[in-house]
Design a protein around this ligand. Sequence first.
Ligand code: 1CP
Length: 349
Amino acid sequence: MFMGVNSRERFLAAARCEDVDRAPIWIMRQAGRYLPEYRALRAKSSFRDMVRTPELAAEVTLQPMRRFGLDAAIVFSDILVVPEAMGLAYTLNEGEGIRMDFALEGARQVEALVSDESVVRERLAYVGEALRLARAELGQDRALLGFAGSPWTLACYMCEGAGARGGDFSRAKRMYYESPALFSLLMEKLSDVVATHLALQIEAGADAVQIFDSWAASCTGAHYGEMSLNWISRIISRLPPEVPVIVFAKGMAASHADSLAATGAQVLGVDWTCNLADLAERLPADLAVQGNLDPLLLEGEPAVVRREARALIKSMRGRKGHIVNLGHGIRPTARIDAVEALVQAVAEA
Ligand code: 1CP
């Protein structure tokens, strides 16, 4: 049974910094490995097949919604579907993590990447289908989110040819410093495709979209605009203005809050490194914030989760526009009873 009555309005009101009865909550990476029902499905299919099969992706999207009184669902997919649609595929291997088919380098490979809108729409249509199926089962009362990686974060994976365990993402930075024209061409293509992908998800029923700049902190502060933010701004300018965009720039929210606000995002996703209330105070009053509990808490005692959630909410009382979330994705070792305690503490606040 779905419990939330006005979760969708609550979520959208918070994203617009309007009055709410309580702060809405969702959890980054809420559809995933900490759930036994996810692991049961995953035992039968590869990750990529699950992502590409709308019925399976919709099912995984709904799994956390059946268990917990969350206000928003996020479509089960991955940021790496974008490079895949452009011609650079990925695999997820047990024990090894993410592998890209090749590491992007040189003009020929960048030029060969597909960014044609009609081709991209066709190749990513399965994500729209997953959203439509998820909406049909979720109903109209709870929010449904789409997402994409930022061009910078995607370039990190594409240039490295692997995930975080494969290296330190220095190759994307090297391209920025040493081949600026090539870097710009790659970012223009990525911005086009990410904008198309987010538009497609909005057309399929997403109430809001989140842009994950998960590797923001590997940028230098002085060049963060050119490396990442300008491309995010370009994407946001191409989306319908009435749909809230959440920008989550891990590790950069505090130091670059003003320039993140200037991207046109309606919501700033905040990692756990900063004091959320202090940060919110120095932001424009019409910019909502999302975050920022330590994901580690959910691996521990429910009583501690409850205490920390209450403290966070109390610190934000009086500040319109707070969406409760973690400061990064939930970890595979999170406890179900800790997640329940978090959702309950928010509901009672
Ligand atoms: O079964 C498995 O082992 C798969 C694990 C898994 C899952 C559940 C991966 C592989 N991706 C996902 C789903 C996913 N990825 C979602 C689903 C919706 C949700 O519940 O939130 C989302 C939003 C993502 C986004 C994503 N993928 C990000 C940005 C978020 C973040 O954590 O910073 C990144 C960096 C990725 C790449 C990726 N995909 C998967 C892994 C293990 C990784 C990280 C790879 C690495 O850098 O080593």
